[in-house]
Write a protein that binds this ligand. Structure first.
Ligand code: ATP
Length: 353
């Protein structure tokens, strides 16, 4: 049995079901993200693990113990929220000590634990400050210290970075991950930011409309999306509609390309999904597919130039490296795009699978 087991959980508010048959096993020390758009149920699922919501059906187990009906304070979990939820009238030291005092830890041990936590988050010098005397990033680090100080069994993070500015977000990502790894603490992280999920997680649960669409490593989620939703929510993706022909061939915009289309029969409508970075304006041995089209837009992004090209009714985005020595691609120019059959994801046009 895994350390954290979520078994066939459902949650309804009145007549509306917002979590459907959700199951997940999380190993001890694992970092798992719930990733999905606003309203997909990720916070509700996290609150069910925390004990702030009771599921309408299903079971939550931590380290073999059924906690489904247990109140949050008896679950030994730590939680960090999006908005800085520090107690404004308490110093940093007292904030971090809060859970320890509640747990009945003695004064000396408590002081030592608070020191240790503040050192861990790199803020030993702010112990006597109040939250309003800290930056947003510092407040979130203190919130993290407060959550992990009582050594919880599971750490739950609900969009803890989304209120911070871009630079701090990126550095805090690394800090959180490092801390989580060094403590070996089992963690669930809720985010709608695919970059956060991809860069931090051991595994990601991509959620849509209350369902786990796919569970996998960042590599699997990005490179082997199993549904159209996952493919288009994670990373950038261009979709070309076409028709399956004989022998791994598809007809797209009147041209023939090779792609693996398991289960497709000649004449079936198929959708070919391609990532901008797997397309090239230069031929090579692996890139045996060539599609002729017209450049409709060029966006200079710095190291990368993103070209938009039309193929009949369809469009593709192509990322090429900026080459200062070559003339840049121009709108209206004819273009040939090259790609490998292995880089094509084939989706069922009807079901999105
Ligand atoms: P966000 O990123 O916007 O927080 P989310 O993926 O975390 O979204 P949830 O907050 O879990 O989504 O909400 C899922 C659905 O459940 C939403 O449609 C929401 O309106 C609904 N919902 C959540 N809590 C309640 C509640 N207490 N009563 C009724 N409906 C609720």
């Amino acid at each position: 049995m895994s350390f954290l087991e979520i078994e066939d959980v459902q949650k309804s508010f009145g007549a509306t079901t917002v979590v459907h048959h959700f199951s997940l096993s999380v190993e001890r020390g694992e970092f798992v993200s719930f990733l999905g758009p606003s309203g997909c149920g990720k916070t509700t699922m996290l609150r069910i693990v925390a004990g702030f919501e009771t599921p309408s059906a299903g079971t939550v187990r931590i380290d073999g113990q059924d906690v489904t009906r247990l109140p949050p304070n008896e679950r030994r979990i730590g939680m960090v929220f999006q908005a800085y939820a520090l107690f404004p009238n308490m110093t940093v030291r007292d904030n971090v000590a809060f859970g320890l005092r509640i747990a009945g830890m003695g004064r000396e041990e408590r002081a030592a634990r608070v020191e240790e936590m503040l050192r861990l988050i790199g803020l030993p010098h702010v112990a006597d400050r109040y939250p309003y005397q800290l930056s947003g990033g510092q407040q979130q680090r203190v919130a993290l210290a407060r959550a992990i100080a009582p050594r919880p069994r599971v750490l739950l993070l609900d969009e803890p970075l989304s209120a911070l500015d871009a630079k701090i977000r990126v550095s805090l990502r690394e800090e959180i991950r490092e801390l989580q790894r060094s403590l070996g603490i089992t963690t669930i992280f809720v985010t709608h930011d695919q970059e956060e999920a991809l860069s931090m997680s051991d595994r990601i649960v991509v959620m849509s409309e209350g369902r786990a669409e796919q569970v996998g490593t960042p590599f699997e989620i990005y490179n082997r999306p199993r549904t159209r939703f996952v493919a288009s929510f994670v990373g950038t993706l261009s979709l070309l509609e076409g028709e399956a022909a004989f022998g791994d061939r598809a007809i797209v915009a009147g041209q023939e390309v090779e792609a693996e289309m398991p289960g497709a029969k000649p004449g079936d409508r198929v959708t070919l999904a391609l990532r901008p970075e797997s397309l090239s304006l230069h031929p090579s041995r692996e890139r045996s597919n060539a599609l002729k089209g017209t450049i409709s837009d060029v966006a200079f992004l710095g190291s990368v130039v993103r070209v938009r090209a039309r193929f009949g009714q369809g469009e593709l985005l192509i990322d090429t490296f900026n080459d200062p020595a070559a003339p840049p691609p121009q709108r209206g120019e004819p273009v040939t795009v090259f790609f490998s059959p292995a880089d094509v994801q084939c989706l069922d046009a009807a079901t999105g699978a």
